[in-house]
Design a protein around this ligand. Structure first.
Ligand code: GTP
Ligand code: MG
Length: 238
């Protein structure tokens, strides 16, 4: 029996994150250098940053791909197309997500019968990690998503996901949003396609650098797209 080494892609969208990208990548590198039996690639999607995000990422050994069109969804569409991994792990470039848990994530996705892992930030929010208005927005959106889509998600807006390559191979990125709603859509799409979905608790930290999200504008945008995406999902072949 051959034991082929599995490839893992870590995909990070980054827009003007020069203050945080270094620390984010250091955490990832320190974590993966201790993991045996996998080949890792780190892909940073520089979303037309006007600061030195791309330069720093490159100097730390990440593969930097550029996406001219702004938007969290556009950044992911680009980064995921570039990812060659059998397993893909995502997260923000702002120091908020616990990349030190990668060994645990890999163990869960390999040992359990799951295809898509979402992470639940509400399980352990560090002090000041999520502003109150974002907290309310995230909770309301998650409640509405669970009602409208008849699912049971704890954190619909979490930006850290771990999934098998087959999941995105079955997805049509054209029906997915260019901006923030991409996060809820990838989860709902995976569930809709019948993939085994699991949520696990994580620790969420306070962001380094300036926040990009506008809680009111993005909250409303996410809600509108929630309804639109349901129609789009129904129009694609399962
Ligand atoms: N908002 C936003 N983020 C982008 C874009 N392109 C890439 N990103 C990255 O996507 C990630 C998510 O954006 P964040 O601003 O961290 O959004 P958030 O985590 O929901 O909220 P805050 O951390 O409170 O700002 C970050 O790593 C951004 O740098 C973009 O066009 N808009
Ligand atoms: Mg963030």
């Amino acid at each position: 029996m051959s034991h082929e080494i599995k490839k893992v892609s870590i995909v990070i969208p980054a827009y003007n994150e020069e203050k945080a990208i270094g620390k984010t990548l250091e955490l990832i590198k320190n974590t993966i250098e201790k993991i045996k039996g996998y080949d890792f690639e780190i892909i940073v999607v520089d979303n037309n940053s006007s600061d030195s995000t791309g330069k720093i990422a490159k100097s730390l050994g990440a593969k930097v791909v550029f996406e001219r069109n702004k938007g969290y969804g556009n950044a992911y569409k680009k980064g995921l197309k570039e990812a060659g991994g059998d397993i893909i792990i995502t997260g923000d470039a702002d120091g908020t997500y616990p990349f030190e848990d990668i060994p645990k994530f890999l163990q869960i996705i390999e040992k359990n019968n799951v295809d898509f892992i979402n992470t639940d930030r509400f399980a352990n929010l560090e002090k000041n990690s999520m502003p109150f208005i974002n907290y309310i927005g995230n909770k309301v959106l998650t409640f509405l998503i669970n009602m409208i889509y008849n699912v049971n998600i704890k954190d619909s807006q979490s930006g850290m996901w771990i999934f098998k390559r087959e999941v995105i191979e079955k997805m049509n990125f054209d029906i997915m949003s260019e901006g923030m709603p991409f996060s809820q859509e990838i989860k709902l799409y995976a569930i809709y396609l019948g993939f085994k979905f699991l949520e696990i608790p994580i620790t969420y930290r306070k962001r380094i650098g300036k926040k990009k999200l506008d809680p009111v504008k993005d909250g409303i945008d996410n809600f509108i797209n929630l309804l639109k995406f349901r129609k789009k999902l129904k129009s694609v072949k399962q």
